[in-house]
Ligand binder design. Structure first.
Ligand SMILES: *[C@@H]1O[C@H](CO)[C@@H](O)[C@H](O)[C@H]1NC(C)=O
Ligand SMILES: *[C@@H]1O[C@H](CO)[C@@H](O)[C@H](O)[C@H]1NC(C)=O
Length: 334
């Protein structure tokens, strides 16, 4: 009897999870969520997604974009984070850390260039936890949010983590930067909150229209949304591999972590991420309404080859050098 119950439980739940690669769209000092209209914004971002990206973005992004660097061809959203730089321990120069597509990734990341991996999950990655959950409602056009803060310097934030990649291992999750060189790079994860107030497309701090009910880490079961934020949205997550390997020989053993975020963030706690919704029509909602689709197009989303996605570009609005050896970080005083 127990066996039968378990079998039924596995068959019954509605469960959808999207996971897909997006190539790098651009590295620029722009931030249409936190500093709309500022060109340049304060610090350099690594940006992926649709080509409607600009210093200021309002309304239905999907109607203005004509291509996306993401595998899901109906997804013209933009996803961005701060950019990681190496600060040379002896001469103080900075060098941008390259990004690599997350490996291994099911569903064909061949042809991806840099970028990050995006997840939209219903609740978590455990099918057994999905009984009696409310339906997922996806974001409306114009919706935006951020998670984390560049000024955070000590308090570990749920869902913002680092891992030190070595060989085949991702290693333990940490809330601050690794303290020794990682041969495979630094893996950064950013989980967004998944409860929405159902009204506001944004809020003054870009966070209070959302609420996080996840108390432990990662892709864990999300407790019910509170009455102030009653709408369960997809859980959005980014994963980025910062390929620190070529700087490891310049990191003398026993010295502090030499990697900094682009706002001169020497503390790993300053990790943050920005999201600008831009799915076409109801493409995302249809996928989230599906059951038992996982890491694919959920039966309704059109996918494109990453070699094609990687050709999508935006112009260099700011026109400044962000790569190579730099005497100071772009936008920073010294
Ligand atoms: C970007 O935004 C600026 C200011 O709103 C606008 O003038 C410009 O046409 C936009 N560029 C693109 C390529 O959308
Ligand atoms: C710092 O060192 C790197 C290589 O190790 C070099 O390319 C760069 O020019 C140096 N910067 C200065 C200011 O000397």
């Amino acid at each position: 009897m127990k066996y039968l119950t378990t079998t039924l439980a596995l068959l019954a739940p509605v469960h959808a999870g999207l996971r897909f690669p997006c190539s790098t769209l651009t590295f620029q000092r722009l931030d249409p969520v936190v500093e709309p209209g500022s060109s340049p914004s304060s610090h350099v971002h690594h940006i992926v997604g649709g080509n409607a990206f600009n210093s200021s973005m309002t309304g239905d992004v999907a109607t203005r974009a004509s291509c996306t660097t993401c595998q899901m061809a109906d997804d013209f959203s933009n996803y961005w984070t701060a950019t990681l730089y190496f600060k040379h321990p002896s001469n103080g120069s900075y060098h941008r850390v390259p990004v690599l597509p997350v490996q291994p990734l099911l569903g064909g990341s061949q042809g991806a260039v840099g970028g990050l991996t995006v997840y939209y999950t219903q609740f978590d990655l455990n099918k057994d936890n999905l009984k009696s959950q409310p339906p997922i409602k996806t974001f409306p056009p114009g919706f935006r949010m951020t998670v984390g803060s560049p000024t955070a310097s000590s308090k570990p934030h749920v869902g913002l983590r680092y891992q030190c990649l070595t060989g085949q291992s991702r290693g333990a999750e940490m809330s601050d930067f690794p303290t020794k060189p990682c041969t495979g790079g630094i893996f950064a994860t950013q989980h967004f909150p998944a409860c929405w107030d159902g009204v506001n497309l944004d809020s003054p701090d870009h966070q209070s229209h959302m609420f996080n009910t996840i108390r432990s880490d990662g892709f864990t079961n999300a407790p019910a949304c509170p009455s102030t934020h009653p709408i369960r949205t997809p859980q959005v997550t980014y994963e980025t591999v910062w390929d620190t390997s070529k700087f490891n020989s310049l990191w003398p053993s026993g010295t502090p972590n030499p990697f900094v975020w682009s706002f001169e963030g020497t503390s790993g706690y300053g990790t943050h991420a920005d999201y600008m919704f831009g799915w076409k029509g109801d493409a995302l909602q249809k996928a989230m309404d599906k059951s038992e689709c996982f890491y694919d197009g959920c039966g309704s989303i059109t996918k494109q080859a990453m070699s094609k996605a990687s050709q999508c570009t935006v112009k260099d609005f700011v026109g400044e050098v962000t790569d190579g050896w730099l005497g100071k970080l772009p936008g920073m005083a010294m």
